[in-house]
Design a protein around this ligand. Structure first.
Ligand SMILES: [Zn+2]
Ligand SMILES: [Zn+2]
Ligand SMILES: [Zn+2]
Length: 146
């Protein structure tokens, strides 16, 4: 997913100084096609270096404010973060109802649907989100056994 991303350049272009921990956070976010809870990011970064929780939360806030990451909208669940660079345009998500993992799906063209959903009511439609709920493969295999 992150092959196309140049993280030092991404930081620079958003006016953020390059620090090892900021780079680690970006590397975690870019490593898999999924969205991460702050606690999961903290855990992943901690496998590589000592860092406290406050630092990670502050980095995520900075990234969010400057548009390097976006929050994936999920009802009633802890905030999930993902990269929001040019290589990661908005896309649908799959959420496993068993383990809670949020996977990123391929962007799909929604123009036709969008036109219809805006409706004739004089609404100003601004955003369309698609969230698929189900059970991920790992949980399904665990359920069904070998
Ligand atoms: Zn990128
Ligand atoms: Zn699952
Ligand atoms: Zn995503």
């Amino acid at each position: 997913m992150s092959d196309a991303c140049d993280f030092p350049q991404l930081l620079a272009s958003h006016g953020l100084r390059l620090t090892p921990v900021r780079l680690e956070v970006l590397a975690v976010l870019g490593a898999e096609a999924r969205a991460w809870r702050a606690a999961e990011i903290l855990e992943a970064v901690r496998r590589r270096r000592r860092v406290n929780k406050v630092t990670i939360y502050r980095i995520l806030e900075d990234f969010l404010r400057r548009g390097l990451v976006r929050k994936v909208p999920l009802e009633g669940k802890a905030a999930h973060f993902e990269l929001a660079c040019e290589h990661h345009p908005p896309h649908p998500h799959f959420q496993c109802q068993a383990c809670g993992e949020v996977q990123c799906l391929q962007p799909v063209p929604l123009e036709a649907l969008w036109d219809r959903l805006q409706g004739p009511l004089g609404n100003r439609a601004e955003r369309l989100e698609i969230r698929v709920e189900g059970v991920c493969r790992q949980c399904r295999e665990a359920e069904e056994g070998p």
